[in-house]
Design a binder for this molecule. Structure first.
Ligand code: LMR
Length: 334
């Protein structure tokens, strides 16, 4: 009889029938992400773990899996919906395949002059409304985390828009980013972040766009001859949890986790700029890539060349959303 009970509970565990994850002790939060620990997202995730475990006095254990060690880009979103992992922080550019296109507004070239402007949008009504869209997918949006501004890297020196013609670029799974490279007559190719280094090394693609911290920690500068300082677009994240897991948590635990998330967000978003500045300094020191600077006229030519992306994006995410974004970015109220 006893043997049967043990066998039955082992079978139940194997089938994932041991009750909701939130009823286990300690409650385990698996937090999967695709970047290195020494990045804005990696550090914010570690800070969340530290604070969540402290505020819940060990009732919650956060297991952070960095660098795609648990799941790659596309898989991690599926795993979250299935409940195999509880927390993620995918970039805004990765929600399209889930059926939520609106976050791609953050991908529009030159839409954000600086991080202060970004904060007005993410902390305003539009930021809250976008998070709400996730509910229908069984996902709860908790916070916006920064990385920073993107640079263009390639084995070819990229200065004028004409230099981009025919260059194969790895992109994240965003149609706005696809339109951006099409506007430059480049050849965009969607690829998981974990595969970029090798694809650059073997010549599957010629270039990519990313932040200094991602370029440095993935060693992309070692396989790219040039990095052009364009600051043309932004990478940031939406921290998300499985909705059922979150809703099933005891209220006091959820409150403590909310507090930990708020503090981890403040911490992460105040040091993201420094992470990127430090990574740029390290790349310069390595001497492996030439850093190409653009004059004001050259930057303006890039902006102009990418302007058609706005029209293309309006067809996908709607002009009202773009207008709302631009209005909040200009507002002086928050
Ligand atoms: C990328 O895929 O290039 C980035 O979104 C990776 C990340 O999470 O910063």
């Amino acid at each position: 009889m006893r043997t049967f009970a043990i066998a039955a509970s082992i079978a139940a565990l194997a089938l994932g029938l041991a009750g909701p994850a939130s009823a286990q002790s300690p409650i385990i939060i698996k937090f999967s992400h695709v970047v290195a620990t020494e990045t804005p997202k990696g550090k914010a995730a570690e800070k969340f773990k530290e604070l969540a475990e402290k505020y819940t006095a060990g009732k919650v254990k956060v297991e952070v899996y960095p660098n795609s060690t648990l799941y790659k880009d596309k898989e991690e979103l599926e795993a979250l919906q299935l409940g195999s992992v509880q927390m993620l922080a995918p970039s805004n550019s990765k929600f399209g395949p889930l059926g939520i296109r609106e976050f791609e507004v953050f991908d529009l070239p030159y839409i954000l002059p600086d991080l202060k402007t970004l904060r007005k949008v993410t902390e305003g009504p539009l930021g809250a409304r976008l998070l709400k869209l996730l509910d229908a997918k069984g996902i709860t949006g908790l916070a916006y985390w920064d990385n920073g501004f993107k640079q263009m890297s390639a084995n070819k020196k990229l200065v004028t828009p004409a230099d981009y013609q025919g260059v194969k670029f790895r992109i994240q799974s965003s149609r706005v980013l696809q339109a951006q490279f099409k506007a430059l007559s480049s050849l965009p190719q969607v690829m998981a972040f974990s595969e970029v280094y090798q694809a650059l090394q073997t010549g599957v693609v010629d270039g990519q766009e990313n932040t200094w911290s991602n370029i440095y920690t993935q060693k992309m500068h070692e396989v790219q001859k040039y990095i052009t300082e364009t600051n043309h677009g932004y990478i940031g994240y939406v921290v998300i949890v499985n909705k059922k897991f979150w809703d099933d948590l005891p209220a006091d635990i959820r409150d403590q986790l909310t507090k930990a998330m708020k503090e981890a967000t403040d911490y992460g978003n105040t040091q993201s700029q420094k992470e990127n500045d430090d990574a740029l300094a390290e790349i310069k020191k390595s001497g492996k890539s030439e850093i190409v600077k653009l004059t004001a006229e050259q930057s303006e030519a890039m902006r102009k060349a990418m302007e058609p992306v706005y029209k293309d994006a309006a067809g996908r995410i709607g002009q009202p959303l773009i207008d709302e974004f631009l209005k909040e970015a200009k507002s002086t109220t928050n």
